[in-house]
Write a protein that binds this ligand. Structure first.
Ligand SMILES: [Fe+2]
Length: 286
């Protein structure tokens, strides 16, 4: 059975969120939902997430899964909000524990902050399968951008997280703690070994001037045109290119707030005695 897919784009963070479902009136998964966050005021909103809820309602869909491809560094996740609204389960790759450990140390989080992934409902292993109504989905481990990156494959559609971007943009950075360009290269080879007409749904698009945001590509287009990893690019050439590029990149604007929320599955840190949640900024650590 083929999935039905509706994609949403948040222009503030260049993030794609996808809803995949089996049929009108059936069951759905949301992949990588965005919580709106204004870094100037510290205010959060649920504009993007409410659009998803409106769409689900308009199609009579029951949300059963909130799937994170990884702990994002460029936007706060709306997973917790959507779980509260719908009761759906939040899932991420099992190696999220490594990401939690790294950032627990960096942010000097409270001793009781668990680094076993227990803030999430389900931790997928590589090749683990699950169902979305009458659809069968498979989690595919794709480390490199972070150690915990997962793609989700449903029939001929794969939601690939931060691995490949559009062919004219290239590939995801590998310089966050736990990132590894060599691992990303082999993860990308897993995707490129899929049948040519496999549809690849992206996590971000950063379109050059004149091209509208595009959230879907194919294995064939990536193998032919991806500026970083088209057919014929060797691991050595890729790794050198990726490391050189990463050395010149700024940290994402929302990295510090996003990671602190996203390693908690989208929950804010425990409020302090005045009832307010705070985020930390480690000085001179990145
Ligand atoms: Fe990312």
């Amino acid at each position: 059975m083929n999935p039905i897919i509706e994609s949403f784009f948040d222009p503030h963070t260049s993030t794609a969120t996808h809803i995949v479902y089996d049929k009108t009136g059936g069951f759905a998964a949301v992949i990588d939902p965005v919580l709106d966050y204004d870094p100037k005021s510290g205010k959060t909103h649920t504009f993007n997430a409410d659009k998803l809820l409106t769409f689900l309602g308009s199609k009579g869909l029951t949300l059963v899964w909130i799937l994170e491809t990884h702990a994002h560094a460029d936007h706060l996740s709306a997973a917790h909000y959507l779980r509260e609204q719908t009761g759906a389960l939040i899932a991420i790759g099992e190696h999220i524990n490594q990401v939690q450990e790294v950032f627990k140390k960096l942010f000097h989080l409270e001793p009781e902050f668990a680094t076993d992934g227990s803030q999430f409902d389900v931790l997928f292993k590589d090749n683990e399968t699950f169902t979305i109504g009458s659809l069968t989905a498979k989690a595919i481990s794709l480390p490199g951008h972070t150690p915990a990156d997962m793609a989700y494959q449903i029939a001929d559609a794969v939601f690939i997280g931060d691995t490949l971007f559009m062919p004219d943009v290239g590939t995801a950075r590998c310089d966050f703690p736990g990132g590894d360009a060599r691992q990303l290269f082999s993860s990308i080879q897993k995707l490129l070994a899929l049948p040519d007409d496999t549809r690849l749904f992206l996590c971000h698009d950063y379109p050059p001037a004149g091209r509208p945001p595009t959230l879907e590509s194919t294995v064939e287009k990536q193998r032919t045109h991806n500026i970083h990893v088209h057919d014929g690019v060797t691991e050595e050439v890729f790794v050198r290119m990726r490391q050189q590029r990463d050395a010149g990149l700024d940290m994402p604007v929302l990295l510090l707030p996003a990671i602190q929320v996203n390693i908690r599955a989208g929950q804010f840190p425990e409020p302090e005695s005045n009832g307010v949640s705070y985020l930390k900024i480690p000085l001179n650590q990145l």
